[in-house]
Design a protein around this ligand. Structure first.
Ligand code: IPM
Ligand code: MN
Length: 349
């Protein structure tokens, strides 16, 4: 029995989560496992109502689940940064979810803005470090609000954090991928401390993974090649800040926010799975948001549980629906409503 905390969140989050759960229900019947869900009312609505973002006891409770299934956090009436820092990053940090896993996979029939690229060309995974780098919150102001103001934002990279991230990436590459090519994405020509640490640990650890091919690219080169030659990549590993940027480029080349999902992972502990597109408040309540990203997040969660067959079958069903049914992945242009798309995936499953 898997225990899952569900945070539907804001905007279209609840609509997306409904379809994700619908498919997870169907998968339970077909693959014979059980999931128990408890819903948590967290997000912008509740913050505006009560002033609370995440209470201590809620955080403690969340630690007792196997996973968190998240819709989206973000509310037009809440100042940017408050919910991101107070809830999303807070959960990632306090639950020590040190990996942000982002598959970039073009499903058949899905439009990619990159000309002449096929599903076999766009099929890689980004492993983003999820607790350090410029996201650590280290830094400060000096002489604030004066003409001599100084703002320092520090990139923290610990050997411990870098090593566990790289180890995860190597293990993932070895056990989950056919090609077994791991590309470190950094900026060694300028970041002579942080990128240097990453490179040294990358090479050190690599000695224990002889079956994994090692490759390195500067981040500015990676963004060119992800567009020009996405087929070069199998698994890319990188720090939190670079990872934030390149994962959104990844989302775009795989067909956009309608399909892009991610996992915030600490192996063996409560991990969090989400569609990465955000709350898309302008579409709220219209039943036109694409739920495939949430459905894919559900598949990632099952894979994390070790329900590999169920996870793969959901992915296949998503591929089938993309190829044979949907007119497009964009909200309002799918040719079906949000819940109809969920039904189509269940049917295919
Ligand atoms: C993401 C998001 C978050 C991040 C924001 C919402 C804080 O962009 O999951 O990539 O920067 O990590
Ligand atoms: Mn981001």
């Amino acid at each position: 029995m898997y225990k899952v905390a569900v945070i539907p969140g804001d905007g279209t989050g609840p609509e997306q989560v409904n379809e994700g759960l619908k498919v997870l229900e169907a998968a339970q019947e077909k693959f014979n496992f059980k999931m128990e869900t408890v819903e948590y009312d967290l997000g912008g609505e509740r913050y505006l109502r009560s002033g609370d973002i995440l209470l201590e006891h809620e955080l403690e409770e969340l630690k007792n689940f196997d996973a968190i299934f998240l819709g989206a956090i973000g509310h037009p009436d809440v100042k940017p940064g408050i919910l991101e820092k107070g809830l999303l990053l807070e959960l990632r940090f306090k639950l020590d979810q040190y990996i942000n896993l982002r598959p970039v996979k073009l499903y058949p029939g899905v439009y990619t803005p990159i000309k002449d690229k096929e599903p076999q060309d766009i099929d890689f995974v980004i492993v983003r470090e999820n607790t350090e780098s410029l996201y650590s919150g280290a830094g400060g102001f000096m002489r604030k609000d004066t003409p001599q103001e100084i703002a320092v934002q520090e990139s923290i990279n610990t050997r411990y954090g870098v090593e566990r991230c790289l180890r995860y990436a190597y293990d993932y590459c070895r056990t989950k991928r056919q090609r077994k090519k791991l590309t470190l994405c950094g900026k060694t020509n300028v970041l002579t401390y942080s990128a240097d640490l990453w490179m040294r640990v990358f090479e050190e650890l690599g000695l224990s993974y002889p079956e994994v091919e090692r490759d390195y690219a500067h981040v500015d080169a990676i963004v060119m090649w992800m567009v020009k030659n996405p087929e070069w990549f199998d698994v890319i590993v990188t720090d939190n800040m670079f990872g934030d940027i390149i994962t959104d480029l990844g989302a775009m080349i795989q067909g956009g926010m309608g399909i892009a999902a991610g996992g915030n992972i600490h192996p063996g502990r409560v991990s969090m799975f989400e569609p990465i597109g955000g709350s898309a408040p302008k579409y709220t309540g219209q039943g036109i948001i694409n739920p495939l990203a949430s459905i894919c997040a559900g598949a990632m969660m099952l894979d994390f549980f070790g329900e590999t067959e169920a996870a793969e079958s959901i992915e296949q069903a998503v591929g089938d629906v993309c190829k044979n049914k949907l007119e497009s992945l964009n909200a309002g242009a799918m040719g079906y409503s949000t819940s109809e798309v969920g039904d189509l995936v269940v049917e295919s499953l």
